[in-house]
Design a protein around this ligand. Structure first.
Ligand SMILES: CC(C)(COP(=O)(O)OP(=O)(O)OC[C@H]1O[C@@H](n2cnc3c(N)ncnc32)[C@H](O)[C@@H]1OP(=O)(O)O)[C@@H](O)C(=O)NCCC(=O)NCCS
Length: 180
């Protein structure tokens, strides 16, 4: 899917192929360097190498129950969204969301477009009815994005995150029912 950013740059949202592994890995490493709103620390992210990133992309390629999309601006991977159906049969209606955009590209509507694409995919999926995730209570931008899409907040896990500096942060539990 093609879009244009407010500055006129072209944004493409698409499924990556293994050929994109280096670009995806570079984006992931940069993300973990820039933000502490993700579960992965940069040190953990650095344990990924090209073969593991290729395997990660391949695992999505032929899996109709999981989605991985990248946001590409002028040929560079600048963000991604994933939806992973629970592996448990009793929760086959639940899909876990992950989303991230490089800091330089925040506030240009890329998160909104990635989330829109993920929701559309989930709407077409035969079993998934609910998208869910936890978000750091301090992550106001992400929470604003989710509120824009009418995700509901269901409460908090106090101290669900211990940051590398030792500070404790609550996790907000959120979800959206996308079909009956
Ligand atoms: C959360 C994230 C994906 C949003 O991506 P993005 O491309 O900046 O999103 P968009 O530009 O589409 O929308 C951002 C919204 O936040 C709003 N916003 C910007 N700064 C804000 C702030 N300081 N406080 C609250 N809302 C803010 C914007 O106004 C916009 O809402 P609007 O469309 O109603 O104006 C991105 O910030 C990111 O990758 N963060 C780091 C990783 C992360 O937190 N992932 C989510 C983990 S749950």
């Amino acid at each position: 899917m093609q879009h244009f950013l407010p500055n006129g740059q072209q944004l493409v949202i698409r499924r990556p192929s293994v050929k994109d592994a280096a670009a995806c890995l570079h984006c992931f490493l940069q993300l973990t360097k820039e933000t502490d709103f993700l579960l992965y620390t940069h040190e953990e992210a650095r344990t990924f190498d090209l073969p593991s990133e290729e395997a990660f992309i391949k695992a999505y390629e032929h899996n109709p129950d999981n989605l991985f999309l990248v946001a590409e601006v002028d040929g560079m991977v600048v963000g991604s969204v994933s939806l992973n159906q629970s592996r448990f049969r009793k929760q086959h209606h639940m899909a876990l969301l992950g989303i991230a955009v490089l800091h330089k590209y925040w506030n240009m509507g890329i998160g909104r477009r990635l989330l829109t694409a993920a929701i559309r995919w989930a709407e077409e999926h035969p079993k998934i009815t609910t998208i869910h995730f936890d978000v750091l209570a301090t992550n106001e931008r992400a929470i604003q994005l989710y509120r824009n899409f009418n995700f509901s907040e269901h409460g908090r896990m106090p101290g669900g995150i211990r940051q590398p500096d030792g500070s404790m942060v609550d996790l907000v539990i959120m979800s959206k029912r996308i079909k009956p």
